[in-house]
Design a protein around this ligand. Structure first.
Ligand code: ZN
Length: 986
């Protein structure tokens, strides 16, 4: 017979789009619309309902960027609609391709109860499932005029990303606001046809495909395009024959979970996310009520906390659905944080505050970590997840790799200490699935463990800016539950998926080390003030806890639980994966920097209060070391004087001798004990290099490899002078930018410290500082949470070549046996390593960038850095120098020295936290880790009277009793092991 696949496909596509979908709401009646525009910040819903409203015509422009327009809608259900499902249909000026990235609204009843959101893929609100003719309708809409920033030509600089600079023109025009009858048969026919059409596209030529095509033609023959509602049921009856055959025995099993990846801030500020969460969750609880099989998952305790505070009515619905096991809290973290940059203690607190919130609010704990979108994953995570009580990990982001395809979808991920955790990447490669035929087929086809496993996860719903799952998606899931030719789709709790995956995969493949994202490498550098604020605050909070715990245990003051919890939660929010990485709009970073300043001030106050209590009233000059927790008599400090010798400058003490050229470049850094020079003969370190930096896309996120091809060495010096603080070098960067560096060396130190103040007014540039090192290092060691990771310096494979910009915390070390050199920093995270010769290694710190999207003014103005060259360093020296730079000793005046509350002995052992227990019992919690990467023995002592001692998890759950002898706890730790001990009040 004559067959024309394309003719049928074209027919189905056009009829669906132009006749059937529009016929879902055919009968309609106008309503009265009134409005009140608020150009500034949102107001509480009760105040919104009480506004004075003016009549407005549909078709009127509304909403300057970031403004809120309240609409009041009133109407009457026509008598002849009795018994029908009636909905309010609203098109506020939506672009269906940009859900979550533009205007949206939340509908309220006249009593102020939130009903459901309106967005481009959800343009309706239920009025009555069985309407009564003559019924009066009154609804309010809180419509947010969020500007579309990621437009069809994305990444162009825009000033719309901050209410302080955005335009006042109206961005949207209402198109349709009316009451309409929902035609269920038409809706179901649309889904039947769409599901079958998308399935057959993926099928090979053969009987199944052909029969679907024929059935679709037969069904469309039954539809009267002018009387769709009356003929839809007949058309559906023709399709039942091809919708009934069951899936194949070996069909891929998709565990679907309703989802909206709501970024806690990104192309919108935090205050808008609060409303996005309310909109999405109100719709999702509504959808849970409509479909008994549907399950929805949401991460981030912070988002639940916002809902609880700002929309308690919706929160009550969420809470009820959580109790039924259908609304599923995911991830056990405070927010979906970045994981490469936050400190070890920060990640612990992400888990602690996340899990404690879910426990106290819902009586549940999460069993897995859910981070679909963060930009790479630290190799410290497997241990931290395990020790926080999780047993699975989920992401999909590594599918965004530019070069290398990750070889597994379900696998064990092994971290720096050898911990392993079962991990899964959905083979659909998305966290916002529509359950399209293409996505479902892709999951089946791509799943790397097809030989030995049967299933994968699909997060289903509109993401990023929220929206979530739609009734169209739940309708598709119903059809795909058991359909010939398709994978089988079932709504599942991700826990159940992982339980089955564990049973199926007896010997899962293993991936060792970091999950490096071969993209978004510049997120280690963009928005320097945000990164500096994070680093500073996370150190100050750890210090504030330590001094406060010491003072509280000694009965000198009450431990500031409330203050510390609030401050930590603010820092944790800013670690969200678009804030700390520097990829949000100007507004978000402006608020983050202000927030960090408030946190730092509050933490400094707590530290001062505790130190005053501990040191007493007096006039003795003391030095408080926040790392050891001891206050001792102050020793004379200062820097060694700089000597000028024939046009060069020399800084030297008993350990090292550094020579600086007339250009302000380091030509020699001698370790006097070994006679080794850190700088290769003829090379120059502390060389600032300026690169052109215009990536192909994602400006704040990406630096593309070709940036290296064009570099300017900044050798010009405006002045160089010897001062009491050290050697001060001023140099221009360009006509508009300049920098001042102060090089100093303390007596008895092997760290040349560089304090840098930069006036930065550049466009699309990348500033690096280079340190060529006379070390043949096959690998660099870079600090991560509670340890370090090794990365090869060569580029033998495409995997290594792709890592041309990598992460560090406070230090990076290049070493050969017997001699090494480290670089330490107080506020940066990015670096690169090259091999200028086979015998030398060049390490460059990434200091500043100047991308123009999404913040057109990124990093402009004054920026400061402190970093240092550690001459003759091993891991211990690098660890010590990095910690000292980030937690410097404080000058205190008081009456007496203070013994530390906690002391630890044993090579490589570091106390990372001394605090009182989160449950406010008054118990003392001490965390210690092995920093050198070796097994070690040691002991830990607490100066105080305690009862029993127990080992606890990172979220402070009891694990085991620990024996003590003479007040000391004996420690035996594996490489990079993190151990948390709880000293119970006696
Ligand atoms: Zn995201």
């Amino acid at each position: 017979m004559h067959d024309d696949v394309h003719l049928t496909e074209g027919r189905v596509s056009r009829v669906l789009k132009e006749r059937l979908w529009p016929a879902v709401h055919t009968l309609s009646t106008p309503v009265s619309v009134e409005w009140h525009e608020l150009p500034g910040e949102p107001i509480a819903p009760a105040d919104g309902l009480a506004l004075t409203y003016e009549p407005v015509e549909v078709g009127t422009g509304w909403g300057p960027a970031w403004g809120t327009t309240w609409f009041r809608i009133t109407g009457t259900v026509p008598a002849e609609w009795s018994g029908k499902r009636v909905e309010l249909v609203c098109d506020l000026g939506f672009d269906v391709s940009r859900t979550g990235f533009q205007c949206e609204a939340l509908a309220y009843t006249a009593a102020g109860e939130p009903v459901k959101s309106l967005n481009p893929r959800n343009q309706w609100v239920l009025v009555a499932s069985e309407a009564v003719g003559g019924e009066e309708v009154e609804l309010f809409l809180e419509a947010a005029a969020n500007p579309l920033l990621l437009e069809h030509h994305p990444f162009l600089p825009t000033r719309e990303g901050d209410i302080a600079t955005s335009s006042k023109r109206k961005l949207y025009t209402t198109r349709r606001i009316e009451l309409a009858v929902f035609e269920k048969d038409v809706f179901e026919l649309c889904l039947d046809l769409e599901t079958l059409h998308e399935l057959q596209v993926e099928l090979p030529a053969g009987p199944r495909k052909s029969r679907i095509l024929q059935a679709m033609d037969d069904a469309l023959d039954r539809v009267d395009l002018q009387r769709v509602a009356e003929t839809a049921a007949a058309a559906r009856s023709v399709l039942s024959g091809v919708l009934e055959p069951a899936a194949h025995e070996s069909a891929h099993q998709i565990a679907a979970i309703g989802h909206a990846h709501i970024d806690s801030a990104w192309l919108w500020p935090v205050r808008e996310t609060i409303r996005k969460v309310a909109r999405t969750t109100s719709s999702m609880t509504e959808l849970l009520g409509e479909d008994p099989d549907f399950r929805y998952g949401m991460s981030s305790a912070q988002q639940y906390a916002w809902l609880k505070e700002h929309r308690p009515e919706v929160y009550a619905r969420v809470k009820a659905a959580v109790a039924e096991g259908r609304f599923i809290p995911l991830g056990g973290m405070w927010v979906e944080s970045d994981t490469t940059m936050p400190s070890g203690e920060s990640l612990v607190r992400q888990f602690l505050y996340g899990q404690r919130f879910f426990e106290s609010e819902f009586g549940i704990r999460c069993h897995g970590v859910w981070l679909p979108d963060s930009f790479g994953y630290s190799p410290a995570l497997p241990q931290l997840m395990k020790r926080a009580g999780f047993d699975w990990f989920f992401t999909q982001k590594i599918s965004w790799n530019q070069v290398n395809k990750f070889p597994h979808h379900t696998f064990e991920w092994e971290g720096i200490d050898g911990s392993r955790i079962l991990s899964h990447f959905p083979p659909m490669d998305t966290y916002s699935s529509q359950l399209s035929g293409a996505e479902v087929a892709k999951a089946s086809r791509q799943f790397q463990e097809n030989r030995v496993a049967t299933g994968s996860i699909a997060p289903v719903g509109w993401g990023d800016g929220g929206g979530g799952t739609t009734r169209e998606m739940t309708g598709k899931a119903r059809r795909l539950r058991d359909l010939e030719g398709s994978a089988q789709v079932t709504w599942r709790h991700p826990d159940d998926f992982f339980t089955e995956a564990r049973a199926e995969l007896r010997e899962p493949p293993v991936w060792v080390g970091e999950l490096y994202l071969e993209l978004h490498r510049a997120t280690l550098t963009s928005q320097h003030l945000t990164k500096q604020g994070n680093r500073r605050c996370e150190h100050l909070l750890v210090e504030a806890e330590r001094w406060s715990a010491t003072a509280a245990v000694r009965g000198l003051l009450d431990y500031p639980y409330d203050e510390l919890d609030a401050l930590w939660q603010q820092v944790l929010l800013q670690q969200f994966h678009d804030i700390l990485p520097g990829t949000s709009i100007a507004w978000v970073h402006r608020e983050a920097v202000a927030q960090y300043a408030r946190v730092a001030t509050a933490a400094e106050d707590l530290i001062e209060r505790a130190l005053t209590a501990l040191a007493g009233d007096g006039t003795v000059a003391l030095s408080a070391d926040g790392r050891s927790g001891a206050v001792v008599a102050a020793q004379p400090t200062g820097v060694v004087s700089v000597v000028e010798e024939g046009g060069t400058y020399v800084l030297g003490n008993e350990l090292v001798r550094i020579t600086v050229s007339a250009e302000g470049l380091i030509t020699s850094a001698l370790d006097l004990a070994t006679g080794r020079d850190a700088i290769p003969a003829g090379a120059e370190a502390n060389l600032l290099q300026l690169h052109q930096d215009f990536p192909n896309m994602w400006d704040a996120w990406d630096v593309d490899r070709f940036y290296r091809n064009r570099a300017t060495d900044l050798r010009e010096v405006s002045s160089i002078s010897v001062t009491p603080d050290g050697l001060v070098i001023e140099r221009p960067i360009s006509a508009d930018s300049s920098t001042v560096q102060t090089l100093s060396l303390a007596p008895g130190s092997r760290v040349l410290e560089i304090s840098q103040r930069t006036e930065w007014n550049e466009t699309e540039k990348f500033l690096k500082v280079a340190f060529p090192l006379d070390v043949r290092a096959e690998q660099t060691l870079a600090e991560t949470q509670f340890g370090y990771h090794r990365r090869p310096t060569h580029t033998n494979t495409s995997w290594e070549a792709a890592k041309f910009e990598t992460s560090m915390h406070r230090w990076v070390l290049a070493a050969e046996p017997g001699f090494g050199v480290a670089l330490v920093n107080d506020s940066t995270y990015g670096f690169d390593v090259t091999r200028p010769t086979a015998l030398t290694t060049e390490v460059r710190l990434s200091l500043l960038r100047a991308p123009r999207f999404p913040d057109p003014e990124t990093d402009q103005g004054v920026q400061t850095h402190r970093y240092g060259l550690v001459i003759g360093a091993d891991v211990a020296a690098a660890t010590e120098a990095g910690a000292a730079l980030n937690t410097p000793a404080r000058e205190v005046t008081g009456a007496q020295a203070v013994e530390p509350l906690v002391t630890v002995s044993g090579e490589g052992l570091v106390v990372s936290s001394v605090k009182l227990a989160a449950d406010r019992s008054g118990d003392l919690v001490v965390r210690v880790y092995e920093s050198a990467g070796a097994r070690t023995q040691g002991e830990l002592r607490v100066d105080g009277r305690y009862g029993r001692v127990s080992e606890v998890s990172l979220v402070e759950d009891p694990l085991a009793e620990v024996s003590t002898e003479g007040g000391a706890v004996a420690l035996g730790l594996g490489a990079f092991e993190v151990r948390t001990l709880r000293f119970h009040r006696s």
